[in-house]
Write a protein that binds this ligand. Structure first.
Ligand SMILES: Cc1ncc(COP(=O)(O)O)c(C=O)c1O
Ligand SMILES: N[C@@H](CCSC[C@H](N)C(=O)O)C(=O)O
Length: 448
């Protein structure tokens, strides 16, 4: 098996991010994040800021209380109190949103009941006739909402290869109202050049907003607002909360007018995050750095393990990723989602079903490792014809790596690969039953 190259940009960048987790406390550089009235002014490394909060609680509670109340008493008939009704605002939610604004380098953050809820709020900025440019590899639910807007709301949606800046440049017009990007994309792990696309979009049409779905990387590894995005959203169901026990969505902006418009929608439609889920998301966010560090390290090992045995693996921590340099020019880590192909749908099915430690489940970003077949699960809402047009391999397996012991994860995957007949055992180890596999080095330890 190949060993990680400690001089690679991936290794260097990971050191840069995570060496700041070293608890020697002597040389934490000041955070480069801008200070603003909303973010409270970030002063420390992100790992520190994630856990550092100031509550104004009357009893000095170290954890924000859950203000489980729909209404708030007013000091007079004219109102006069900070909160009146939880749909419009709640202290637990406010605390979370201020904390998230700080770590997302935003002036304002809004929290809603799911990632799709966040995209719904964002796309309500559109009006009939507006054009949206988006990718040809997208989370299935995002594709579904955009298709709904196209079929029912008069919004024109262009799916192009957003990994190619020219495809985006050629299609921008004065009617372009939004450019919506994922990076890495779900599930093909393709990389989009966010700074360049943001620049060319704004140059061509200053009214168009660039929206980035940052769910795959989280603010631990990427801050799209810093490189030209206008709106960033994430499914808080994933890394931000980290335990698959809540649904949440977050939206971050620097532009006051955009923030106000989206707050209007949240208040008008009632999709703001509940006090209880705000509390749980706040609790989850505090461990984001340490979870991401372990999940990424595990993902790197799994990706190298699969690649060294001849599988075609998609992961930006591997030098073989065609956009490796682009990814590392923007992000501080590779994340913990990877996908690989077997060349045979039935074989992929057998692998997925033979895994024990890897739970068969949609979603990612939680502490448990998950395995799935996107074409049948997370992306099943994209019809087969469209999947084929967009070159989505039906056999693709997605791995969402958790915090377990990496050797246990590799052992379980190895066993599943053998049981499924995906690899051939040799005296020295095993290799994938693919053309690449036959040519691959077989240096892994034999499977017991
Ligand atoms: C990249 C991406 N964005 C957005 C979402 C939507 O998030 P949620 O499930 O919290 O609505 C998901 C998954 O569901 C996702 O994978
Ligand atoms: N049945 C759900 C599937 C959710 S997929 C969740 C996640 N984004 C992933 O990529 O795994 C639906 O149809 O939305």
């Amino acid at each position: 098996m190949s060993t990680p190259n400690s001089d690679s940009p991936a290794a260097q960048a990971a050191k840069k991010v995570f060496s700041r987790l070293d608890l020697d406390g002597h040389h934490l550089p000041p955070s480069p994040a801008p200070s603003s009235p909303h973010n409270g002014g970030r002063r420390y490394a992100l790992a520190t800021e994630l856990v550092y909060t100031e509550t104004k609680d009357q009893y000095g509670a170290s954890s924000i209380p859950i203000y489980q109340s729909a209404t708030f008493k007013q000091s007079s008939s004219n109102g006069g109190s900070e909160y009146d009704y939880t749909r419009s605002g709640n202290p637990t939610r406010t605390h979370l949103e201020r904390h998230l604004a700080k770590i997302m380098n935003a002036n304002r953050c809004l929290s809603v009941s799911s990632g799709m809820g966040a995209l719904d709020v964002i796309t309500r900025l559109l009006k009939p006739g507006d054009e949206v440019i988006t990718g040809d590899d997208l989370y299935g639910g995002t594709n579904r909402l955009l298709t709904y807007l196209k079929n029912n709301q008069g919004v024109v949606v262009h799916h192009v290869d957003t990994t190619n800046v020219e495809s985006v440049r050629q299609i921008i017009t004065p009617k372009t109202a939004m450019v919506l990007l994922e990076t890495p994309t779900n599930p093909l792990i393709k990389i989009c050049d966010i700074p360049t696309i943001a620049r060319i979009t704004h140059e061509a049409n200053e009214k168009a907003v660039v929206v980035v779905d940052n769910t795959m990387l989280s603010p631990m590894l990427f801050n799209p607002l810093d490189v030209g995005a206008d709106i960033v959203y994430e499914s808080g169901t994933k890394y931000l909360s980290g335990h698959h026990d809540i649904m949440a969505g977050v939206i971050a902006v620097n532009d006051t007018e955009l923030g106000d418009k989206m707050f209007f929608t949240i208040n008008a439609t009632g999709c703001g995050l509940s006090p209880n889920d705000s509390f749980l998301l706040m609790r989850g966010v505090k461990t984001l750095a340490i979870r991401m560090e372990k999940q990424q390290a595990n993902a790197q090992r799994i990706a190298e393990f699969l690649e060294s045995h001849g599988f075609k693996v998609r992961y930006p921590g591997l030098k073989s990723h065609p956009q490796y340099d682009l990814h590392w020019s923007m992000a501080r880590g590779a994340g913990a989602v990877l996908s690989f192909e077997t060349g045979d749908v039935a074989l992929s099915e057998r692998i997925v079903e033979a895994a024990r430690l890897w739970g068969i489940s949609v979603s990612f970003g939680c502490v448990n490792s998950l395995i799935s077949m996107p074409c049948r699960m997370s992306h099943a809402s994209i019809d087969a014809k469209t999947r084929a047009e967009r070159q989505m391999p039906e056999d693709i397996i997605r791995l969402c790596v958790g915090i377990e012991d990496a050797d246990d994860l590799i052992d379980d995957l190895s066993r599943a690969l053998v049981q499924a007949g995906a690899v051939t055992l040799t005296i020295d180890g095993f290799h994938a039953n693919t053309a690449e596999g036959a040519a691959a080095e077989t240096t892994a330890a034999p499977i017991a």
